[in-house]
Design a protein around this ligand. Structure first.
Ligand SMILES: Nc1ncnc2c1ncn2[C@@H]1O[C@H](COP(=O)(O)OP(=O)(O)OP(=O)(O)O)[C@@H](O)[C@H]1O
Length: 246
């Protein structure tokens, strides 16, 4: 079976500091993979390399068999890669509906055809309402993004990423900063994503994401040091020592 994501010997240094070091990782289609590790382990840098937000020093990245190592973010998105960011990226002074429209246009060809975009503005708005409806926020469509709760903003971001029907979705700490109740809602939203979408998720707080994780990779000082199914990784003494600090 062709892997959904195949990362081979990936490296990145910033100013001589090695942040990811020879990272290799394979994620199968439909898999739910959790990437954990202490602060500064290199998790977000690895995501930025996979998504194309930063160039890698060496190594390669394939999604569904296609070598995307040197492709820009937009081309990777067209091949089915979607992502959310650790820091919320919605425009706070813009309405939810308009934020969703911008998200949809991010990978949509209509973005490059202004005349047709005008014609389809109404259709886009309807599409945005449908996207917001998937996360129970259609009735808040005309509210400013900055006026809704942090957990609701997270839901909108995930809905926008899903609106592009990604085959591979990268979620960077989607539970960070959420209250217990908000975490429950966002976890349920992620659990409902169909298996056609493979998910790789970074989460600093392992407990919050444990139910999601089928396979876990532990990153420490830029290296994957433990990898396997949930029970195995949690029980591994290196996880206990490095990550849980016991
Ligand atoms: N653009 C950059 N320039 C210089 N250093 C960077 C850059 N991006 C990340 N780093 C450094 O690389 C290291 C790893 O950062 P990264 O954000 O990837 O870690 P992380 O595992 O995601 O951490 P956290 O759990 O705190 O989000 C840190 O020491 C960080 O300061």
């Amino acid at each position: 079976m062709t892997a959904a994501l195949e990362v081979s010997h990936l490296r990145k240094s910033f100013g001589g500091m090695a942040v990811t070091q020879d990272v290799s990782l394979t994620v199968q289609p439909g898999e739910r993979r959790l990437i954990i590790g202490p602060n500064g382990a290199g998790k977000t840098t690895l995501f930025n390399q996979i998504a194309g937000d930063i160039a890698s020093d060496s190594g390669s990245i394939r999604i569904f068999g296609e070598d995307v190592t040197h492709l820009p973010v937009r081309r990777r998105a067209h091949l089915g890669m979607g992502r959310t960011y650790q820091v919320i990226t919605l425009f706070p002074r813009d309405t939810l509906a308009h934020n969703v429209v911008l998200g949809i246009l991010g990978t949509d060809r209509r973005r490059f055809q202004p005349l047709r975009a005008l014609v389809s503005e109404r259709a886009l708005h309807q599409q945005a309402l449908a996207v917001l409806d998937t996360v129970g926020l259609a009735d808040r469509a005309e509210q400013l993004a900055g006026e809704i709760s942090y957990g609701e903003q997270r839901r909108v971001e995930i809905a926008v990423a899903m609106a592009q029907s990604p085959r591979l979705l990268l979620l960077d700490e989607p539970l960070a900063g959420l209250s217990k109740d908000e975490r429950t809602i966002v976890c349920a939203l992620i659990a409902d994503i169909p298996r056609e979408t493979t998910i790789v998720m970074i989460e600093h707080d392992m407990d919050s994401a444990l139910a999601f994780a089928e396979q876990i990779s532990l990153l420490h000082y830029g290296q994957l040091i433990v990898e396997g199914d949930r029970e195995m990784v949690v029980a591994d003494p290196r996880t206990q020592e490095v990550y849980l600090g016991v």
